[in-house]
Design a binder for this molecule. Structure first.
Ligand code: SF4
Length: 304
């Protein structure tokens, strides 16, 4: 871990790995989700926006992943003109298609000489044997990680949020990916309805039992195009930044120091955000987390 950092951010890992600033280019590759098309459910996870968390991605045009990459590099290059780029298949479930289609889309992105690796976000129940074999093949040639949306380990929350697969499916997927030496980044949401802070900490402890590469902690944002908004329009996950920061610091303390941290806030377009209304102030939230860590003289892994 960098001495001046109190947690092991993915940006530090990537800077050390590639030798310079590394940026993910969000791509909507035209996939859908088995929790929306009826394969395992309809309507999606209750907290999910209808864009499947891909609102910030470039829109998909069939056969034109290259266009999406160009568009994203154009957006990013003003801020980081000399960055390393990773293709980030972000919207919906990016292993949910026939393996030939997956192969062609992943390799289309990787064939761009400006792309140095690939990040694939998916559901643990979309990792059949042939998909795992393809991922293993790509992982042997390119820098890669897979993101798995777990969100919570608690069955009652998973049921209430219509997540649509059991915890065992996540554990099985993690074991399969680890056996193929594929990096895993697990996603958890802090502040799902009905969960206590102790339950959220239990989810963090659980995912850290396996040698995962990274962890994304999402602040639970209520968005206006989600099923949850229709049933709980007044829901607010945390009343204040201070309350949220206190919990994040306690999470960081129990995360082993070698697990990279990919997110500690939420990330939704402001026009969709309903609550918490302060959630868009990402810089303030991150600064407050760092301040709290400094003041407590705490750091990632202090209590792991
Ligand atoms: S959160 Fe992911 S798995 Fe759930 S509905 Fe949205 S895209 Fe599908």
């Amino acid at each position: 871990m960098d001495k001046i950092e109190r947690y092991y951010s993915i940006s530090t890992f990537l800077k050390n790995f590639f030798g310079k600033k590394t940026v993910k280019l969000s791509i909507d590759a035209g996939f859908t989700c088995p929790n929306r098309d009826g394969t395992c459910g309809y309507g999606g996870c209750s907290f999910c926006s209808s864009g499947g968390s891909g609102e910030l991605a470039s829109e998909y045009t069939p056969g034109k992943i290259a266009d999406a990459i160009n568009e994203q590099i154009e957006i990013m290059s003003d801020k980081w003109p000399d960055a390393v780029y990773l293709a980030y298949f972000q919207a919906h479930s990016n292993t949910y298609a026939a393996v030939d289609e997956l192969r062609s889309k992943y390799y289309e992105a990787l064939s761009d000489p400006r792309i140095s690796g690939i990040v694939i976000a998916t559901r643990p129940d979309c990792l059949d044997e042939d998909v795992l074999d393809l991922l293993e093949e790509i992982n042997s040639k390119y820098f890669m990680w897979i993101e798995l949306g777990l969100q919570s380990i608690h069955p009652e929350t998973r049921e209430a949020m219509n997540i649509g697969y059991p915890l065992e499916t996540y554990t099985h997927a993690v074991d399969e990916l680890i056996s193929r030496n594929i990096r895993i980044v697990s996603h958890l949401i802090l502040g799902l309805p009905g969960e206590t802070e102790e339950q959220m900490l239990d989810s963090v402890r659980f995912v850290c039992q396996k040698p995962i590469f990274g962890l994304k902690l999402h602040l639970m944002n209520l968005v206006s195009n989600s099923a949850l908004y229709r049933t709980m329009p007044d829901y607010v996950s945390f009343d204040s930044i201070e309350e949220y920061v206190d919990l994040v610091v306690r999470c960081l303390e129990i995360i082993p120091p070698d697990i990279t941290i990919h997110r500690l806030t939420g990330d939704v377009p402001r026009n969709l955000l309903v609550s918490p209304e302060w959630s868009y102030r990402k810089r303030t939230i991150l600064n407050s987390i760092n301040k709290e860590l400094r003041e407590k003289d705490s750091f990632q892994g202090k209590k792991a």
